[in-house]
Design a protein around this ligand. Structure first.
Ligand SMILES: Nc1ncnc2c1ncn2[C@@H]1O[C@H](COP(=O)(O)OP(=O)(O)O)[C@@H](O)[C@H]1O
Ligand SMILES: Cc1ncsc1CCOP(=O)(O)O
Ligand SMILES: [Mg+2]
Length: 262
């Protein structure tokens, strides 16, 4: 049995600095989620400094949720700097299939070899070449429908792909895991997917990316389950989730992770 709590323990021991080029909607909750988990987030997106920061951060996330041309430039420069430094970077392809601008930007970022891609089913299907617009930032497709595309995408880029939803699917194209931790209130709070992407990046520092991503998703879903014990509606659930991310221990994660090797 895999000791999934080990990856939470490692992340907290490192408390890694993670640079996030992320959308305006997510900035505050993502930073709070990452601090509660045990990482050190910094939202740094300006063209003038994004690449410089990426040269010394421990991990980088790039999220296309609220795009504009200068941001796309900063994203590409930061991804290149992370690659030059051997630093893992995680792509969050928010609404990747929705518009030509998003499809073109996603293609530019895929060409820069993300270490990990974390998105909902419609987003991963769009990156894999399917014609799906999703429903804005939300998914219009099932996780099952995205699995073959996720595997093909992981193989073609040489990265780990995580598809999230009612159950999660994580693959490097050869080995795949399923995670069933989670709660139905999670998609009712905005930017919880974006925030998860930051947690994935923090877990990936110095760890094998497939297992670290799987552990991060189990941890996050488990925190959702714990939060739902005290909060039954979206507003209080957001607060309870941040609390649960702080209180879940590596031992609790090892005991309660619902992970299956597929
Ligand atoms: N219906 C659901 N039941 C349980 N967990 C869910 C559900 N929908 C999403 N999640 C969880 O919410 C988190 C964010 O995933 P998701 O909603 O797919 O991302 P996004 O916000 O980017 O679309 C993940 O941990 C996922 O497992
Ligand atoms: C609603 C919205 N619109 C543009 S970005 C964004 C946040 C999306 O966050 P998430 O994908 O985590 O739900
Ligand atoms: Mg999202």
């Amino acid at each position: 049995m895999t000791n999934w709590g080990h990856y939470l323990n490692q992340m907290r021991a490192n408390a890694p600095l993670v640079q996030n080029i992320t959308n305006y909607v997510s900035m505050n909750i993502m930073a709070n989620v990452m601090l509660a988990a045990g990482a050190s987030p910094a939202m740094v997106h300006a063209e003038e400094e994004a690449a410089e920061f990426a040269s010394f951060t421990s991990a980088l996330t790039i999220n296309i949720g609220t795009l504009s041309a200068p941001w796309v430039n900063a994203m590409q420069m930061a991804a290149k700097a992370a690659n030059d430094a051997g630093t893992p970077w995680v792509l969050d392809p928010v609404a990747a299939g929705a518009t030509a601008f998003r499809r073109e930007t996603a293609a530019k970022l895929l060409a820069l070899n993300p270490s990990i891609i974390r998105g909902n089913a419609s987003e991963i299907m769009a990156l894999a070449g399917a014609i799906t617009k999703g429903k804005g930032a939300d998914s219009a497709d099932s996780v099952e429908a995205a699995q073959e595309g996720a595997k093909a995408l992981a193989k073609s880029i040489g990265c780990v792909v995580a598809v999230t939803g009612p159950q999660d699917f994580i693959t490097d194209g050869a080995t795949s895991y399923g995670v069933t931790n989670g709660h139905a209130l999670m998609p009712l709070v905005t930017a919880l997917g974006c925030s998860l992407t930051g947690v994935v990046a923090a877990f990936a520092v110095g760890q094998p990316h497939l297992e670290a991503t799987t552990a991060a998703l189990a941890y996050y879903g488990l925190a959702g389950e714990v939060a739902a014990e005290t909060a039954q509606a979206p507003g209080s659930f957001a607060t309870a989730l941040i609390d649960a991310l702080h209180t879940v221990t590596p031992d609790i994660l090892s005991q309660a992770a619902k992970v299956e090797l597929l």
